[in-house]
Design a protein around this ligand. Sequence first.
Ligand SMILES: NC(=O)c1ccc[n+]([C@@H]2O[C@H](COP(=O)([O-])OP(=O)(O)OC[C@H]3O[C@@H](n4cnc5c(N)ncnc54)[C@H](OP(=O)(O)O)[C@@H]3O)[C@@H](O)[C@H]2O)c1
Length: 226
Amino acid sequence: MSRSALLLGATGLVGGLVLARLLASDEWQQVTVIGRRAPDVSHKKLRFVESDLGQLERHVGEFAVTDVFCCLGTTLKQAGSKQAFARVDLDFCVAAAAQAKAAGVQRFLMISAVNANRNGVSLYARTKGEAEYQIAALGLPCVVFIQPSLLKGKRGEFRLGEEIGLTTLAAVMPLVRWTRADWLPIDAQTVADAMVAAALKGPTAGVHRLRYRDLEKFSQQLLLNH
Ligand SMILES: NC(=O)c1ccc[n+]([C@@H]2O[C@H](COP(=O)([O-])OP(=O)(O)OC[C@H]3O[C@@H](n4cnc5c(N)ncnc54)[C@H](OP(=O)(O)O)[C@@H]3O)[C@@H](O)[C@H]2O)c1
């Protein structure tokens, strides 16, 4: 089967790793990236479309692909306000899924979070939960929400909250490894590999949520096949 991919968030930690996997794989003949900044790679399969993502309906043609990978996200600090945060983590993600549905995409995969909950206590959990809720309601053929806990990986910027979370979790990890594995920090590479493997070998219909153990399992499948 001939596949093509559209990737949003390609300049981010997970998105950059997903992009590398898609470009290296023979399964995808074309990879389109939409974003406000071009990714730092060039490849004959890669097409970059510059957009601030505020009007994704202008790019409906780019959504005529088999698989859409959404790795968008920001932090409250980066965004500057709750509204600006929700614009990225909710509005852009739901708009991308709506365009994917309109274009007849087979699979929409999105990085969400383990604590996604539209009735959750934190703004972050509520925003992720609301995005999942609205996207699941669109009726796409297949939706995969990737739900990692804290991401481990090299970033250009220092994020104090995430560093505190990683240190705290490292201390309790031996206690939670078997009982609360979903909350374990996970390598961004594992998440990216699992996302790509889920597109290749994962569910083909319905709405699915993948957490720590699923992500480990899917990422192994990708490594076994490449
Ligand atoms: N960090 C964690 O520990 C953690 C844990 C669980 C889940 N997650 C979720 O995992 C996903 C990926 O995280 P990540 O750490 O890989 O993200 P990241 O490195 O912060 O990258 C985010 C991506 O979103 C794009 N983006 C952000 N604001 C934008 C805007 N206003 N307009 C256009 N594009 C925008 C960025 O583009 P630019 O390069 O142009 O800014 C970048 O490509 C996110 O949804 C995040 O919430 C993260």
